[in-house]
Design a protein around this ligand. Structure first.
Ligand code: SPV
Ligand code: MG
Length: 581
């Protein structure tokens, strides 16, 4: 059973269609022509779908003359059956050939969960009954009975229904012939008779129903006699009414109007409010179910990874070049700093990137990212910006400063870490002679480059927020730091919710607006979390002042394929300056 099917649909689709045909109530089938319309029919409350030959061929842009092959029709039905748990009665035209084609059709329809098929007593290839119907040749009655028998004999589900459609009234052969054929088809095993008419009044249908006198279920298609009150059909003992083509027609007029409007005025502004929202399309496609499944099946996979990039600041010391844009939009070697970062994330499969903007957020290039704005950026710090993105955190997440450039292995190693929390610390920068400089890191042990891969955890990071030093023991602060945190934090699995909880706790503090990322790392450590340290030795750059900005170009150039510059020689430290962010 399809994952989308509601729990109440315990009776098979074929049994439900059969019950509808046999019930004493007047039942209704609504046309659908693809997965989307099948979904819409179900949501409107209908109990069954008419897989209209006219509508399916029309949505392919071909004629109702068997121009679409029968396998194309069956493939379309598969999408419809997947999108809706309703029984589908296929308009199977003439059965696409002789008795043998009907046998194969029935078996294939059963395999795809289709509840029944209606076949009409015309000749293959057929033409729609409303196009010069009188000129259309009817099938030989006995041959058609053979098709019905062949179909019934080949079904393996006893509830699969075969509806025999009588075209005698359409072709002008008269009431007696219509009744004679209907009776022959009933005796051949048809589960219901569809009696079709092209008149604008229901008279011949009602006369047929009177003469038929309840010998078996009767189905009608009131496309032409649409003004007849439905109560008239009920009183005539009709079993089921097919609303045969109204969704493809509705879609056609809506598409024509919208296409005309957009073409004429060369803008979307006049149509947006009168068409389905993109989110409504996502809902009909069941996009939420996909996200849930991703959480279930991809939770440890790279594809579920995201990043939050803190990019709200103008950049102290960079005022001269950030009049009209935030720091992250400064061009470095031909592309904005943020683009270097986004490209680096995407390269590692970190695709769901949320950027928290603030100062001149309007100038941020949003291609490939989600932008959220910290409206209070002028009065708040990094954690207030991070808090703007907490609702976007899903799956594994890298939290990153927006002004970073780094060699790709740094991010690769970080996202491959199994730890719930991990950070990158540059052990080449230990010179914290300036007490105001932040982001220096004290760890459980120094970077012993000879013991590459040793497990090291973070003990403290120097913060610009005075209050956050409260919990640090004097003994740690008195020691030389082990390096500098580069501004990358990876959060995995259950770590995400624990980070959200610690952040929520910090939000209750009166000084929350002044807190920075080190304050969060320290709070995590104080809450007992273990934060794994990955040491690097250079190979990254932060952009904190004009000097950094100038040098960043050299660093970035060296990251481009086959670039050879003086700035990226092995052994040379491409590290950030020690300036405050
Ligand atoms: C269809 O919907 O394709 C039908 C019904 O066969 S009608 O077009 O009215 O003949
Ligand atoms: Mg048809």
């Amino acid at each position: 059973m399809n994952a989308r099917e509601p729990a109440f649909a315990t009776t098979s689709r074929s049994a439900r269609l059969r019950q509808m045909l046999l019930s004493n109530e007047l039942e209704f089938l609504m046309e659908a022509h693809n997965g989307l319309s099948a979904r819409i029919v179900r949501e409107a409350g209908f109990k069954a779908i008419w897989g209209s030959g006219l509508a399916i061929s029309a949505q392919y842009g071909v004629r109702d003359n068997n121009e679409a092959s029968w396998t194309q029709v069956v493939d379309t039905l598969e999408f419809m059956a997947d999108a809706s748990d309703l029984p589908i009665l296929l308009d199977g035209d003439t059965g696409y050939g002789n008795f043998n084609n009907v046998r194969r059709l029935v078996r294939k329809l059963e395999q795809r969960g289709i509840a029944g098929v209606c076949i009409e007593d015309k000749q293959f290839p057929k033409t729609n009954s409303f196009i010069n119907g009188e000129a259309q040749p009817l099938a030989d009655m006995d041959e058609f009975c053979g098709k019905i028998k062949a179909g019934k004999d080949s079904q393996s589900d006893e509830n699969f229904s075969i509806v025999a459609r009588v075209e005698a009234l359409i072709a002008g052969w008269g009431m007696d012939e219509a009744l004679r054929r209907a009776e022959a088809y009933r005796q051949a095993g048809a589960d219901a008779i569809l009696i079709h008419s092209k008149l604008s009044r229901p008279d011949e249908i009602l006369e047929f129903a009177r003469e038929w006198a309840g010998r078996g279920p009767l189905v009608i298609v009131p496309t032409k006699y649409y003004s007849t009150p439905t109560e008239v059909f009920r009183e005539a003992g009709i079993s089921a009414v097919i609303w045969a083509n109204h969704l493809v027609r509705a879609a056609t007029s809506a598409m024509q109007a919208v296409a005309r409007e957009i073409h004429t005025n060369q803008t979307l502004v006049n149509v947006e409010d009168s068409i389905a929202a993109v989110n409504e399309i996502f809902r009909l496609q069941d996009a939420d179910e996909y996200s849930e499944a991703e959480d279930r099946y991809l939770s440890s996979g790279r594809a579920a990874s995201g990043a939050v990039v803190l990019a709200a600041s103008r950049g102290k010391g960079l005022e001269a070049v950030t009049e009209d844009r935030p720091k992250v939009m400064l061009p470095i070697a031909g592309k904005p700093l943020l683009r270097w970062l986004v490209d680096a994330f995407k390269k590692q499969g970190v695709n769901d990137i949320t950027v928290v903007g603030g100062y001149r957020a309007d100038a941020i290039d949003t291609a490939g990212i989600k932008l959220v704005v910290n409206e209070r950026h002028a009065q708040t710090g990094e954690l207030a910006s991070l808090a703007c993105a907490t609702s976007k955190l899903a799956g594994d997440t890298v939290v990153s400063y927006g002004d970073l450039l780094f060699r790709s292995y740094i991010l690769r190693d970080l996202v491959e870490s199994e730890a719930d929390f991990s950070v990158v610390v540059d052990s080449s920068l230990t010179d914290a002679e300036n007490a105001s400089v932040r982001d220096f890191a004290w760890c459980s042990s120094a970077d012993d480059r000879g013991l590459f891969g040793n497990k090291v955890t973070l003990r403290h990071v120097s913060s610009g927020a005075a209050a956050s030093a409260a919990g640090v023991s004097a003994s740690i602060a008195a020691q030389t730091p082990h390096g500098r945190w580069v501004g990358l934090l990876n959060v995995r699995g259950a770590g995400r919710e624990r980070l959200q909880a610690v952040l929520a706790q910090l939000q209750t503090r009166p000084d929350f607006d002044s807190l920075d990322m080190p304050a969060l790392l320290n709070a995590l450590i104080e809450a007992g979390e273990s934060i794994e340290v990955q040491y690097v030795h250079g190979h990254w750059r932060g952009v904190n002042d004009l000097d950094d900005f100038r040098r960043a170009g050299d660093f970035a150039h060296a990251q481009a394929p086959f670039a050879v510059t003086a700035g990226d020689t092995a052994g040379k430290t491409d590290a950030a300056s020690g300036a405050a962010r």
